[in-house]
Design a protein around this ligand. Structure first.
Ligand SMILES: Cc1cc2nc3c(=O)[nH]c(=O)nc-3n(C[C@H](O)[C@H](O)[C@H](O)COP(=O)(O)OP(=O)(O)OC[C@H]3O[C@@H](n4cnc5c(N)ncnc54)[C@H](O)[C@@H]3O)c2cc1C
Length: 432
């Protein structure tokens, strides 16, 4: 193997940045993570990741990659307070207004706040040899040209500095300035695909009481025809983390009565029952997500050497489908494979490998979004046929545990969408 270089810098200590640093530590002597926020050991919501106030489901594909990168990850999450459940046995899923048939899926849900997951990943990553974390340090721009990025300028407690590196990873999240930074050094900005969903979230914690939800650990109500949905998951500290969500400007209110009424308007009663039956802990917190954005570095003929963009900075998904952390993990796995094959042409090879994973997730999410007539976007014949098929799949999954299993394994990015058209499954779907 050709060693890619001696020093790598990662911008951002979020989920994507930590996973990238973990992977880089295998091949780089030194990995410096620069993070704008102050970080402490406590699992609190910090300024740089306001989305941590809201329910973060970890798809099983993401959990499996984390387990591979950090052996014992699932067990450690449990000892930190997470709940583990077999999907469709320990959790309830309502899709298209009805509950999916319960049964074994072979999928494991690690149920915890995003802060717990991030704190765990940070602890494990910082233990690795050669990793350094600079907190209260904000990346402000790149140094280089259209051919190569050589350094990043940062502002931290020691003032402004230029940090040189063989490889720089932008994992600065959906607020990343990468497009502007590239333009400033004369490099080509990527094309963007955008899908406006104008999604609103409101989340609140409640005290969990024994026996609620029949002893199950979570309930997810997918957005129904009215564009409203939500989830209630039992997280660390014996709390329910409840998130309500509405698309296209129909956002959940944060006042007591408004929050309750919105929950009552969902297509299943379970979340409302939890809210009215539990003591609230703190106020409800809102979040607005207007647009899903995918930056097409994979369309560039020669992206600059020395720079790789990963996580939400590369593709920020509609959060309703809980894909962001898992897709960040898939990108980290793609980066790992590309690094193992050497340094030559790394960014182009990485963007091509990451695009495979991103395209599946993006199409699943965009396809679901475009089922809502109010979402603007091109509906090709293929999109429309797929949506008719998915509606049929969901209907059958309400009474057929085998179809429910396949449907969720695809949604968890464990099996490819083609699993739904495998002969045995297709027959069940069409003839049921
Ligand atoms: C409301 C909401 C709900 C979500 N729910 C889910 C879910 O259920 N499941 C799921 O998998 N995903 C979910 N996501 C997505 C998930 O949060 C992200 O996809 C995932 O965390 C990967 O993000 P990231 O690490 O790229 O960015 P982030 O998690 O946003 O981290 C970026 C980091 O970079 C730092 N930073 C930013 N700029 C700079 C700079 N200039 N210099 C230094 N540091 C900088 C920030 O402080 C932060 O620490 C949700 C997102 C939102 C908005």
């Amino acid at each position: 193997m050709t060693a890619p270089g001696g020093h790598a810098i990662v911008i951002g200590a979020g989920i994507a940045g930590l996973l990238a640093a973990r992977v880089l530590a295998d091949t780089f002597e030194r990995v410096t993570i620069v993070e704008r926020d102050e970080l402490d050991a406590k699992e609190t919501v910090r300024r740089g990741v306001p989305q941590a106030w809201h329910l973060h489901g970890l798809l099983d594909r993401g959990r499996r990659i984390m387990e591979d990168l950090y052996p014992g990850f699932t067990e450690q999450a449990v000892s930190d307070g997470a709940t583990v459940a077999e999907v469709l046995i320990g959790t309830r899923w309502y899709v298209g207004g009805s509950r999916l048939a319960a049964g074994s899926t072979g999928l494991t849900s690690v149920i915890a706040t995003r802060s717990l997951l991030e704190t765990l990943l940070r602890r494990r990553t910082l233990r690795l040899r050669g990793i350094e974390l600079l907190t209260r340090t904000a990346a402000q721009g790149l140094v280089g040209d259209a051919q190569r990025v050589r350094a990043v300028t940062v502002l931290g407690p020691a003032g402004t500095q230029t940090l040189a590196a063989d490889l720089i990873i932008d994992a600065g999240g959906r607020g990343s300035r990468i497009t502007r930074w590239l333009t400033e050094i004369g490099a080509e900005a990527p094309e963007e695909e955008r899908l406006d969903v104008d999604l609103g979230y409101a989340s609140r914690f409640f005290r969990h009481r024994p026996g609620q939800l029949g002893g199950q650990a979570s309930v997810i109500v997918s957005t129904g025809a009215n564009g409203r949905g939500g989830g209630a998951v039992r997280v660390e500290g014996d709390r329910w983390h409840v998130t309500l969500a509405g698309m296209l400007g129909d956002h959940p209110p944060v006042d007591d009565q408004g929050f309750r009424d919105y929950a009552a308007s969902l297509s299943a009663p379970d979340i409302h029952a939890i809210i009215v039956g539990s003591e609230p802990l703190g106020d409800a917190v809102p979040y607005r997500f207007r647009t899903a954005v995918r930056r097409r570095f994979d369309h560039q003929s020669s992206p600059p050497a020395g720079l790789v963009v990963l996580g939400d900075a590369l593709c920020a998904f509609n959060p309703l489908y809980a894909q962001g952390m898992t897709v960040a993990a898939l990108q980290a796995a793609a980066l790992r494979e590309c690094l193992a094959a050497g340094a030559a042409d790394l960014p182009a090879r990485y963007y091509a490998a990451a695009a495979d994973a991103l395209t599946v997730a993006w199409q699943l999410a965009a396809g679901s979004d475009l089922r809502h007539p109010g979402v603007e976007g091109r509906r090709t014949l293929r999109t429309r046929l797929t949506n008719v098929f998915v509606t049929r799949v969901q209907r059958v999954a309400h009474h057929d545990p085998r179809v429910a299993r396949t449907f969720l394994r695809v949604a968890h990015l464990v099996d490819p969408p083609a699993a739904l058209t495998a002969p045995g499954t297709l027959r069940r779907i069409l003839l049921s």
